[in-house]
Ligand binder design. Structure first.
Ligand SMILES: [Zn+2]
Length: 321
């Protein structure tokens, strides 16, 4: 009997030490990630949804995105293009999609009315488009006692030259806007288009393949910008992530969140992220390209900068067949 117990104990001991060995193998990865104390703010562009022709489709995206964000307790901000609200007879219901963001505890910002590209838009027209884009969003926010505080440049274009950039920023300041920067830029919209095409063609298996490749692509993007951050500013700032209100993110947000948690991220609001002193580094870049702020800081410091990881060709081919 005694022997039996001993054997059992030994077996159990062996099993436990095997388990410990496995855990030890796994732990350094996690412990390493946690040590970084990484944080990221979610900013979601092109609200109510990227593809805005069908109200029901927009409602599906809004519901899924909001439920994913709430479940993961992510304090997100959504950037609105009010042009998408103005479909005859649907203004109330389309505006209700935006109200749902506020009712769920999230906030909204201005992304211009019609998603104009500053680079080729006269300054006055661009300014008017900002004002035109405040109407519904500003009213909804005011109803909650909140200010319309953040502005996100379409295509991240901050101006064709220094003069127009400075004039526009003075205008934003007058209207009490804070510019919403992006450090984690990416080409998620290409995946989203491929995913949409697969959804339209009812290709479920293909949708799954695109979705899981999307999550690993975003993991590579974060890896790239983490390394790039350390090279440019010597550490990883509180990051600001740009994604869009599309079906891909509506479906894959929980997977994206899991990937980020595994990399050691916690989720902060844009307000909190911008408290990071990195965001007051000089940014002297103007021009055609909508660079991430990390690229802008690198350019302003005269440091080399490299391109973020690209989208694989098989995804591009599905996006634009
Ligand atoms: Zn946009």
């Amino acid at each position: 009997m005694r022997n039996q117990i001993k054997i059992r104990t030994t077996w159990a001991g062996g099993w436990i030490s095997n388990l410990l060995a496995v855990l030890l193998l796994l732990m350094p990865v996690n412990a390493h990630a946690q040590q970084h104390d990484r944080s990221v703010a979610f900013t979601i562009d092109d609200l109510p949804a990227v593809r805005s022709r069908d109200l029901e489709f927009m409602r599906t995206i809004t519901d899924r995105l909001l439920s994913g964000l709430k479940t993961a307790q992510i304090p997100a901000i959504g950037f609105v293009n009010e042009v998408k609200l103005h479909v005859p007879g649907e203004l109330t219901e389309r505006s209700a999609l935006l109200r749902a963001w506020l009712d769920s505890g999230f906030t909204l910002g201005n992304h211009t009315y019609g998603h104009l590209w500053f680079y080729e838009t006269p300054l006055d027209v661009f300014k008017q488009d900002v004002i035109k884009g405040e109407k519904v969003t500003g009213t909804l926010l005011a109803g909650k006692g909140l200010p319309l505080r953040y502005f996100r440049h379409p295509r991240l274009n901050t101006g064709p030259d220094q003069e127009r950039r400075a004039l526009f920023e003075a205008f934003l300041q007058e209207r009490e806007y804070t510019i919403a920067p992006v450090t984690i830029d990416n080409d998620e919209y290409v995946y989203a288009l491929a995913y949409y095409n697969a959804w339209r063609d009812k290709e479920t298996e293909l949708m799954n393949r695109i979705g899981s490749d999307y999550v690993s692509y975003m993991s590579d993007i974060f890896g790239f910008y983490e390394t790039f951050s350390r090279r440019i500013i010597g550490r990883e700032p509180a990051q600001t992530l740009l994604i869009h209100a599309n079906l891909l993110n509506a479906d894959y947000l929980p997977h994206l969140v899991r990937m980020l948690r595994d990399r050691g991220y916690q989720f902060v609001s844009l307000d909190e992220a911008l408290e990071d002193p990195a965001y007051s580094l000089p940014d002297t870049y103007t021009g055609r390209t909508g660079f991430s702020w990390l690229h802008r800081w690198a350019i302003s410091m005269g440091k080399d900068h490299e391109s973020q990881p690209g989208v694989p060709e098989w995804i591009t081919k599905i996006a634009w067949p």
